[in-house]
Each structure stands twice: as structure tokens, then as C-alpha cells.
Design a protein. Structure first.
Length: 496
């Protein structure tokens, strides 16, 4: 019988039942052997080979011999590769402090997507390599899209990268508010009015269920689709018209660079514009290591870039809140404790249905007992509970958002002339209409962090007697750390 709060049932059973099962299995095998004896032994068919009357017999035999030799060489090469991998693992186990220097080569994507300027030697520092690739993307782009997470837009901005865009010449910088379906409508509108004072801002929600046309997928029975699944890309028309207007103003083909922090949806935006899964997407950091060029049409080309890397000299809370890869650098309990320090204790208790706690360790203990996370001996698994908090934070299951500052002040690296130049050549009135249309058709979050449908869905729910709450409770009790207090690796490594 399956215990409550556990995914799998226990395998324990009575001895009577176990012996009975073993007896049934023996009887079944005995019957199979008896039937096989009755049918008799079948002789294996021998390969007759190529008949003498067949034309070009010698050529066929020669091809078969070459094919056999090629397979043997391939097996031998695979054996040598396995031996090399085992030697590397042994060296890492004997010297755990030594990091592997060789980088795994990134496979070139088929079709329109390809990697440029890959280094031949893999002895470079990967962090420095990311910064070099980032500088290449900024220099090669006419328009730079800085992707921001709508839940924390200021925390996703990098002043160093924005300053590099301004200093690199006549380039346009556009802010893209991605994951707009994870915040309330009023919060999104306030952030849009705050950010558009500095730079052109586009409301966006990338589609996450695009098909990879390069793969052959078997036809399987698919369950009925849920009505609130993220299938429609919101904001694509507004972003496309903005890029098209700038291209017509320039009168030539343009390149659009996409930059941003990890897990903000850079590759997802490119896939949504292309309507095809070309760039790899995922929660883990480092999926995009080199600049990748994707051709949208004859006049517009998009360039994907590696993510900004948060410097490890920052505090544990800054690493936990802004870097998805910090769970590998930090201890899970330390990273999850930093997240809890930014959250309201009352909302945490309601979200995870645990009793009141005094400190993070007390919360991890209660959560482990609640979810059935135990170690040997019955002690609660604190690291497992911390990783559970971390996985929900990096994903979209934990609902949180931040309010914009009450008063707007221009950033120090932007002057009024620079902000005026960034908006020239762009149809801002049409952009505002498209943003309003995107906000009108998008899905919002309710109090419990679940997706709240649009008007047509609400009308159907009211007929069934179900009503969604309209009030909003902040998940965070104070504003998240801004990027002015988080130094990135872009400053620490000067790209060559």
C-alpha cells in the first residue's frame, strides 16, 4: 500500500506471498521448457553468400569486406575514446581540486543556425571565453536586445553591458520584458511605464513548446491539451514591427544581438521569432557557449550570445538570487537560506503548508518531514529540502515579483542625449499599441501563483461557479538586489 505523500509504494510483502510468486514463476518457466521440447530444435539458417551466377560478384564481396573493416575500425576508435574518458575520470577522482581544462566542443546546428569563430584550443578559461563571445556579439550587432525577467527587471540589468553597447558606436538598445505571464497585470504596466522612460521596452512571452524540425518524432497518442498551456507567443508582432521599422530606416540588412543573464529566455525568444526550436534551451547555465547566428529573413539576422556570469566574489544571497548555476558552487542549504531571507515567512508557510519556523534549518526540517525526504536512519534530508526550494525558485512554480521604485532617476551611464538617440528611428506609438495589445491578451498570476486565464476563460469559469481571486499579495517582503551591487564577470575579464 502506498503511504501518503510518497510517490512510490513500498516493495515489502509477506513471506507467503513472496514464496507463492516464486512458485508461479517456476511453474511458468517449466511449461515454457516443455513446449520448447515439443517443437524441437530449430537449426539456424546459414548465410548462403553471393551466388556464382550473380553479376559483379567480386565487387560485391569487396564492398562487404570494406564495410566489415570499417565497422571494426569504428569499434576500435570507440574503445580508445572510452579508455580516454575513463583515464580523465580517474585523474579527477585522484585530484578533486583540479578542474578539467578541455571544453566540450559545441555541435553546429543544422539549417540556419551555426556557430562562428570557435576556438581551436580548449585551454582557455570558460568564463573569459564567454566574455569574449559577448563582446563579439555586441560589436557585430546593429540592435541589441537585453532580455529581462519581468519578475525582477532591475535585477536582470547589467550596467557594464549597457555601457559597452553605448560606447561601441551607433547601436540601438531595446529592453525585452520576457516571462510577462508570471506577474500581475498592474505590476507589469507599472514596470513598462518605468522602463520606457529610459529605453524602448517590449512586453514578451516566449513559446515553450516549439517542435524541432530536425528530429524525427514518432506519432504517439497525446493527452488532451490543457487550456492554459504556454502555446502562444505574446509580443512577437510588436518586436518584429520594431525591428522592421529600424531596418527600413537603415536601408540595409541588420543584425540583432540578444544578451542577458542566465534563465531569462534569450534562446526561447529566438526560437519564438523563428517559430522553430533551433537554439538549445534549459534551466542550467552554459547551454549557449558561442555566438550563434539565426537568419529570420533576408534583412534581419539574430545572434544568440552566452549569458552574463555573476562573479563569485559576491555575497551568497546575490549568487543565489541571480545565478542559476550557483547551486553547483554554493551549498544547497546556503543558497536556499538566501532565498528564504528575501521572502515573507507567512507566505512561505502558506505556500509549503508547514508550521511556523524560527530559522531556515527549522523550515528545511519541517519541509523534509512533510515531503517524505529522509536519510538513512530516518533523519530529515535537509539538502534535499533545500534543493526542492531551489528548483521551484529557478522554475516558474514559485510566484514572486518586485515593485518598481517610486521615483524615476536616470542611470549614471545614460544621458538624455543617449536616451534620445536610442529612440530615434523607431515607431514608439505603434510599439505602445502593441504592448497594450500584448498585456490585454496575456495570462496573469493569481494570489496562489497559478496562471489566471484571460477574459474568455473567466467567462466560462463564472458559469461553472468558480471565481479567481483578484487581490495580489507580494511574495517578497522587500525589493530584490539590484545589479548595481552585483559585479559581473564582464568587468573582471577584458575581452581581447
Amino acid at each position: 500500500m502506498k503511504r501518503p505523500k510518497l510517490k512510490k509504494a513500498s516493495k515489502r510483502m509477506t513471506c507467503h506471498k513472496r514464496y507463492k510468486i516464486q512458485k508461479k514463476v517456476r511453474e511458468h518457466h517449466r511449461k515454457l521448457r516443455k513446449e520448447a521440447k515439443k517443437q524441437g530444435r530449430k537449426k539456424p539458417r546459414k548465410d548462403p553468400g553471393v551466388p556464382n551466377s550473380a553479376p559483379f560478384k567480386e565487387a560485391l564481396l569487396r564492398e562487404a569486406e570494406l564495410r566489415k573493416q570499417r565497422l571494426e575500425e569504428l569499434k576500435e576508435q570507440q574503445k580508445l575514446d572510452r579508455q580516454k574518458e575513463q583515464e580523465k575520470k580517474r585523474k579527477l577522482e585522484t585530484n578533486p581540486g583540479v578542474k578539467p581544462s578541455n571544453l566540450e566542443p559545441v555541435k553546429e546546428e543544422s539549417g540556419q543556425c551555426k556557430a562562428k569563430d570557435k576556438p581551436k584550443s580548449g585551454k582557455q578559461n570558460p568564463k573569459k571565453l564567454y566574455c569574449q563571445e559577448l563582446k563579439k556579439v555586441i560589436e557585430a550587432s546593429d540592435v541589441v536586445l537585453e532580455v529581462l525577467d519581468a519578475r525582477d527587471p532591475l535585477g536582470c540589468r547589467c550596467p557594464q553591458a549597457e555601457e559597452a553597447v553605448v560606447q561601441s558606436g551607433q547601436k540601438k538598445l531595446v529592453l525585452v520584458l520576457n516571462k510577462s505571464d508570471l506577474v500581475p497585470k498592474e505590476n507589469l504596466e507599472s514596470w513598462l511605464s518605468y522602463l520606457k522612460k529610459e529605453l524602448p521596452t517590449v512586453v514578451f512571452r516566449a513559446s515553450t513548446n516549439l517542435k524541432d524540425k530536425g528530429k524525427i518524432i514518432k506519432h504517439l497518442k497525446v493527452r488532451k491539451r490543457t487550456p492554459f498551456r504556454n502555446e502562444v507567443c505574446v509580443g512577437k508582432e510588436g518586436l518584429w514591427k520594431l525591428l522592421r521599422s529600424f531596418q527600413e530606416t537603415c536601408g540595409k540588412a541588420i543584425q540583432v544581438g540578444v544578451i542577458g543573464f542566465p534563465n531569462v529566455g534569450k534562446s526561447s525568444i529566438i526560437n519564438s521569432l523563428k517559430q522553430e526550436q533551433i537554439c538549445n534551451v534549459g534551466v542550467s547555465m552554459g547551454l549557449t557557449r558561442y555566438m550563434q547566428v539565426v537568419t529570420l529573413d533576408k534583412q534581419i539576422t539574430v545572434v544568440d550570445s552566452p549569458s552574463f556570469i555573476v562573479s563569485p566574489v559576491n555575497s551568497a544571497s546575490a549568487l543565489a538570487l541571480r545565478s542559476p548555476a550557483s547551486i553547483e558552487v554554493l551549498k544547497p542549504v546556503e543558497a536556499a537560506s538566501a532565498i528564504l531571507s528575501q521572502a515573507d515567512a507567512r507566505q512561505v508557510v502558506l505556500k509549503f503548508t508547514v508550521p511556523d519556523f524560527k530559522n531556515p534549518l527549522d523550515f528545511f526540517t519541517s519541509l523534509a518531514q512533510r515531503r517524505g525526504l529522509h536519510q538513512k536512519g530516518g533523519s530529515p534530508n535537509l539538502e534535499g529540502a533545500a534543493k526542492l526550494i531551489w528548483s521551484e525558485w529557478t522554475g516558474a512554480s514559485l510566484g514572486y515579483y518586485c515593485h518598481p521604485p517610486t521615483s524615476w532617476t536616470p542611470p549614471p551611464h545614460f544621458s538624455e542625449a543617449i536616451m534620445r538617440d536610442m529612440k530615434q528611428g523607431l515607431n514608439l506609438e505603434e510599439l505602445e499599441k502593441n504592448n497594450a495589445h500584448s498585456i490585454h491578451r496575456k495570462e496573469f498570476r493569481d494570489v496562489q501563483g497559478r496562471k489566471r486565464p484571460g477574459r474568455h476563460h473567466l467567462r466560462n469559469l463564472k458559469q461553472m461557479g468558480q471565481h479567481h481571486l483578484t487581490s495580489q499579495i507580494k511574495w517578497l517582503k522587500r525589493k530584490m538586489m539590484l545589479m548595481t551591487s552585483v559585479q559581473t564577470m564582464y568587468n573582471n575579464f577584458s575581452p581581447l
